[in-house]
Design a protein around this ligand. Structure first.
Ligand code: G3H
Ligand code: 13P
Ligand code: ZN
Length: 312
């Protein structure tokens, strides 16, 4: 099996009322935990790499690790650039073997977002690569960019047809109230998503895959383990799983998850060191961290995304 695009995955997900998990990867243990989980439940996968992940692990290392995971599991895996902010980074990932890129022009004006996205689409499609665009702005922290609640804005459904038609994007990320990071809602605040916007976007773009960023549930079990083992995370509230299932049954075909992976990994390491303060072999503390990633991803694939059994 070679690296695949998300085209066929999204078509089947749209028709089947489920979503593909797009998991952020930074190192070998994370890639192994995710891909072993997907192999056990026969799920298709998108592994996504941010600019920060490329800087941390280097493009070539991540590509080789993902190629190894494909060889090891035989799964269809799409390799995606998460939040590309320029034509240059998208081109570099396309030239370097990715099958999908996101050009995130959501911080630009509507016209500038269209111009930048169109330029990326032209280059990507010439090379057999698919493109995700974004309309609307999520709150939260990604890399060095911190978008405050005041600067965040919901997607305007009346803009989506023009954006998709003029850019030629293959999928569209929209803002309906999710946000990046572990602190999505204020303590005491009831999580709410604008399903009315998603529904309206779905009507205006029939049979077109929609993407949900900032979709970690911030699973309390892992926050509790972190805090019971020397951590001090304040109240963290994520997106309830039933809301993600509802989105997956609608036009959402790709659900992005990073923070939950970070929490599961960190919980595994903290718990291990509290139990074994004398350990210093990385294999000893990274094994339970990798096992936590695997358990978490299996849960997501089966109970949240509904893409188990859909690999082939
Ligand atoms: O949406 C952002 C992802 O969680 C990636 O985070 O830019 O810190 O690697 P990062
Ligand atoms: P979370 O921070 O909710 O995991 O979102 C990740 C994401 O959207 C990556 O693009
Ligand atoms: Zn994102």
């Amino acid at each position: 099996m070679a690296i695949v695009t998300s085209k066929e995955m999204f078509q089947k997900a749209y028709e089947g009322g489920y979503a593909i998990g797009a998991f952020n990867v930074n190192n070998m243990e994370i890639i192994q935990g995710i891909t072993e989980a997907a192999q056990e439940v026969s799920a298709p996968l998108i592994l996504q790499v941010s600019a920060g992940a490329r800087k941390y692990a280097k493009h070539a290392y991540l590509m080789k690790l993902i190629e190894a995971a494909i060889e090891d599991t035989g799964l269809p895996i799409c390799v995606h650039l998460d939040h590309g902010d320029s034509f240059e980074i998208c081109k570099s990932c396309i030239d370097g073997g990715f099958s999908s890129v996101m050009i995130d022009g959501s911080h630009h004006s509507f016209e500038d977002n269209i111009a930048l996205t169109k330029k990326v689409v032209e280059y990507a499609h010439d090379h057999g690569v698919v493109v995700e665009g974004e309309l609307g702005r999520l709150a939260g922290v990604e890399d060095d960019v911190n978008v405050s609640d005041e600067d965040a804005s919901y997607t305007r459904p009346e803009e989506v047809e023009e954006f998709v038609t003029r850019t030629g994007v293959d999928s569209l990320a929209i803002a309906i109230g999710t946000s990046h990071g572990a602190y999505k809602f204020k303590p005491g605040q009831k999580p709410q998503l604008r399903f009315d916007i998603l529904e309206e976007v779905g009507k205006r773009l029939p049979n077109f895959p929609i993407v949900l960023h900032g979709a970690s549930s911030v699973i309390p079990k892992y926050v509790d383990i972190i805090n019971a083992n020397g951590g001090s995370m304040p109240d963290a509230i994520g997106i309830p799983e039933d809301m993600l299932r509802q989105a997956a049954s609608m036009a959402v075909c790709k659900i992005n998850i990073d923070s939950d992976l970070r929490l599961a990994l960190t919980a595994g390491i903290r718990e291990h060191f509290m139990q074994h303060p004398d350990h210093f072999d990385p294999r000893q503390y990274l094994s339970p961290a990798r096992a936590n990633i695997k358990e978490l991803v299996k849960h997501k694939l089966i109970n949240v995304l509904g893409c188990d059994g859909k690999a082939f």
